[in-house]
Design a protein around this ligand. Structure first.
Ligand SMILES: Cc1cc2nc3c(=O)[nH]c(=O)nc-3n(C[C@H](O)[C@H](O)[C@H](O)COP(=O)(O)OP(=O)(O)OC[C@H]3O[C@@H](n4cnc5c(N)ncnc54)[C@H](O)[C@@H]3O)c2cc1C
Length: 92
């Protein structure tokens, strides 16, 4: 089971994670073997890494949604962005 069948990276990287899980499955089958143990040792960690990454992604999306809903936090982000952009102004 590869790609969306098992685990898919959050927000716009489903193709990347489908590629990574397919590659790990193919490498396991060709280089190691097709037993349950082989897949547990070589394929599962790749899928777990994607699932772990998604956990961090969910926290980031939750924080972003909170900021979007709060005018106070939104103003803070705008002020920070304006400050950063002012620092990046190109010299004429
Ligand atoms: C609207 C939308 C936008 C997306 N945008 C992006 C993006 O910008 N970037 C990104 O990285 N990811 C994006 N994704 C996610 C990405 O498309 C998927 O994560 C990725 O295609 C998963 O690949 P896959 O091979 O697992 O499945 P799929 O690409 O869905 O391939 C599964 C294939 O199996 C076939 N199939 C199904 N059932 C059977 C059957 N019974 N017999 C034979 N064949 C069958 C299907 O027809 C299909 O061709 C988007 C997804 C959606 C829905």
């Amino acid at each position: 089971m590869v790609g969306d069948c098992y685990v898919s990276r959050l927000y716009k990287d489903g193709i990347g994670s489908a590629y990574r899980t397919a590659k790990a499955a193919a490498q396991t089958a060709f280089m190691t073997g097709i037993s349950r143990r082989d897949f547990h040792k070589h394929y599962r960690p790749v899928c777990d890494a994607v699932a772990n990454d998604n956990r961090f992604g969910k926290v980031v999306f939750t924080a972003t949604n909170l900021i979007k809903r709060s005018p106070f936090l939104r103003r803070g982000v705008m002020r920070m962005t304006n400050g950063e952009q002012a620092g990046f102004a190109t010299p004429e």
